[in-house]
Ligand binder design. Structure first.
Ligand code: ADP
Ligand code: MG
Length: 327
């Protein structure tokens, strides 16, 4: 028996998830009624995943549920915000109970981890497309923006870079290689861990931050453009996982995928050199992985130097939905 729209909402979305005191009316009315704390700024982001564009059609539903929330949490993390609640617009070709069960399991697993509440949404019939809008809080004036880097600042990255793009290449058969860490790489693609704790922890130290969703190269450039500065990044310093490291030894061209590929959801941020010790202490206390990958220059432009100190000459660009030459 196919489920009605009402049954889908009630069974898979309304009954699950947690409540929070600021949610006065959640799912079930025409709109949600919320009372954010009076002493906080509200931070809002929205991101959409389209089947075949943002994930391969055969991606497990549980992973899609996780990922659509993770990509939004990552945007709040980059602002230094504390996530609080979200809405979900779900468009799907069929109302498969099996699919909905798995999708909602992945979604609520991550929602529980971050103690955020689903407060409303929309359910429609069409090609598989999922949007999450997320909201969170910040103490007044404390948002970490893309602008704010100045010459001499150190550039840092959380986690490791390139895993998701390499995993996607393996999955699509573009990269043919056996690597013992394949499962770990695929997990990085399908189950990204948004750096929410890191984002809040660096709020007092970071001059600027961005989350790496469209590729390190492209996203650093966004941060540099917003700040009106340049950067010199050292390839040898980039934090790589064991799997990527291993593949790279026999395939130097993989740098292109690592720098240009998206879906990492790590944070890139800048601090002044005086704060280096404080940041490293923070990392040690909290168990965060922060790696210094280079520094900010007064002259604009991104330079990436290889192990011999030579600037990298290959053209790399991040993911863009509407490329100029396709218009
Ligand atoms: P309306 O037609 O008035 O917009 P809907 O039937 O779309 O109402 O939604 C009914 C209730 O269910 C609303 O509270 C809405 O926020 C919620 N809702 C609908 N779809 C979802 C979903 N996918 N996830 C969470 N809540 C949803
Ligand atoms: Mg509606």
């Amino acid at each position: 028996m196919p489920l009605s729209e009402f049954e889908i909402i009630q069974h898979y979305f309304e009954r699950q998830g947690l409540t929070r005191p600021e949610v006065l009316t959640g799912i079930g009315d025409d709109a949600a009624v919320l009372r954010p704390p009076a002493d906080r700024e509200l931070v809002i982001a929205i991101d959409t995943l389209v089947a075949g564009v943002h994930f391969p059609e055969n991606t497990p539903a549980e992973d899609i549920g996780w990922k659509v929330l993770a990509v939004n949490l990552s945007d709040l993390a980059a602002m230094g915000a504390e996530p609080a609640w979200f809405t979900l617009a779900l468009t799907m070709p069929t109302a498969s109970q099996h699919w909905l069960e798995a999708f909602s399991r992945g979604l609520f697993e991550l929602a529980q981890q971050h103690r955020i509440a689903l407060v409303g949404g929309d359910t429609t019939h069409g090609a598989l497309t999922i949007s999450v809008q997320i909201a969170g809080y910040l103490p007044p004036g404390k948002a970490i923006l893309r602008k704010g880097a100045s010459a001499g600042d150190l550039v840092y990255l959380t986690g490791t870079i390139g895993d998701a793009a390499v995993a996607l290449s393996l999955l699509l058969g573009e990269l043919k290689a056996e690597v013992p860490q394949k499962a770990e790489l695929l997990r990085r693609l399908n189950r990204p861990q948004p750096r929410v704790a890191e984002g809040q922890a660096i709020r007092e130290l970071a001059h600027c931050a961005i989350d790496i969703s469209d590729g390190l190269w492209a996203d650093i450039e966004h941060m540099l453009a917003a700040s009106g500065v340049g950067a010199r990044i050292e390839l040898s310093r980039l934090p790589l996982s064991a799997g990527v490291e291993r593949l790279l030894t026999s395939r130097p061209s993989l740098w292109r995928t690592i720098l240009g590929g998206g879906d990492d959801y790590e944070l890139c941020f800048c601090i002044s050199p005086e704060n280096r010790n404080s940041l490293e202490q923070l990392a040690q206390q909290q168990g965060f992985r922060f790696t210094c990958i280079g520094s900010i220059t007064a002259e604009p432009g991104l330079t990436c130097v290889d192990t011999g100190g030579q600037p990298l000459s290959m053209a790399v660009s991040g993911y863009q939905h509407f490329k100029k030459d396709e218009e």
